[in-house]
Design a protein around this ligand. Structure first.
Ligand code: NAD
Length: 244
């Protein structure tokens, strides 16, 4: 497909999981993709993919984000995928975990949006910003995910605010809210619970479809939203029927 031919897409956390699948999906749709991640090793698997160039980018570092945006030039689609899952309730959480979650899950998006939005505006509209939230947010109370849910709810608020402020300049901003998706970090969370098979069965049992989502299924939604020119300001649930 060449639907995104001539379009420049910037993806954060593209080294694995949903970010990687989305970088590949945009490239298959004809886009020029900048796949970025803090982990250069992980990115190397994408280095020879047609349409994809890779670059190390730590989204906690404002100067690096600004520099990357300047070097890449005008971005048509920004996919903010970077995020980290802390486990624990409010009483179990360390304050530094909340600080880190706000920095990586929320402020990273403030940094990248500030860096690319002026270019999108200068282009005269047509830009799309897609932010990774979760159903564990303002959408659903999920046990054992306090810091995570606080920050993913903030992503939805951030998304709606940007959408409202820039709709007049032709920029759209949307959030994606997955349920549970197969990914390297999910594998780690399941292994760290001690009994891997029990942890996996518990994750699957809360999915009415009887299975976890795949990164490719989330990537499809991201590509769809990038081209869905009559929607903005919405949070899209993609969770195998968990929230219903
Ligand atoms: P993952 O957690 O397995 O991978 C995360 C990637 O982020 C890694 O490649 C890592 O190197 C990168 N990263 C970490 N810190 C970074 C930084 N400072 N700068 C740049 N990159 C950094 O991938 P995933 O599970 O697909 O999750 C991706 C996003 O989707 C996250 O925002 C996550 O919260 C969200 N999400 C995931 C699920 C799920 O079940 N997997 C569900 C809902 C939402």
């Amino acid at each position: 497909s060449d639907k995104f031919k001539g379009k420049t897409v910037l993806v954060t956390a593209a080294g694995q999981g949903i970010g990687k699948a989305t970088a590949l999906a945009f490239a298959r749709a004809g886009a020029t993709v900048h796949a970025t991640d803090i982990n250069e090793n992980a990115l190397s698997a994408l280095a020879n993919e047609p349409g994809i160039s890779t670059r190390r980018l730590d989204v906690l570092d404002t100067a690096s984000v600004t520099q990357a945006a300047a070097e890449i030039g005008t971005v048509d689609v920004l996919f903010n995928c970077a995020g980290f899952v802390h486990s624990g309730s409010i009483l179990e959480m360390k304050d530094e975990d909340l600080d880190f979650a706000v920095d990586l899950n929320v402020r990273s998006m403030v940094r990248t949006i500030r860096a690319v939005l002026p270019g999108m505006i200068a282009k005269g509209g047509g830009g799309a910003i897609i932010n990774m939230a979760s159903v564990a947010s303002s959408i659903k109370g999920v046990p054992n995910r306090f810091a995570y849910s606080v920050t993913k709810a903030a992503v939805i608020g951030l998304t709606k605010s940007v959408a409202a402020d820039y709709i007049g300049q032709g920029i759209r901003c949307m959030a994606i809210c997955p349920g549970t998706v197969e990914s390297p970090s999910l594998e780690e969370r399941m292994r760290s619970q001690g009994d891997y098979e029990t942890a996996r069965a518990a994750f699957i049992s809360r999915q009415p479809m009887g299975r976890l989502g795949t990164p490719e299924e989330i990537a499809d939604l991201a590509v769809y939203l990038a081209g869905a020119t009559y929607t903005t300001g919405q949070a899209y649930v993609i969770d195998g029927g968990w929230v219903n």
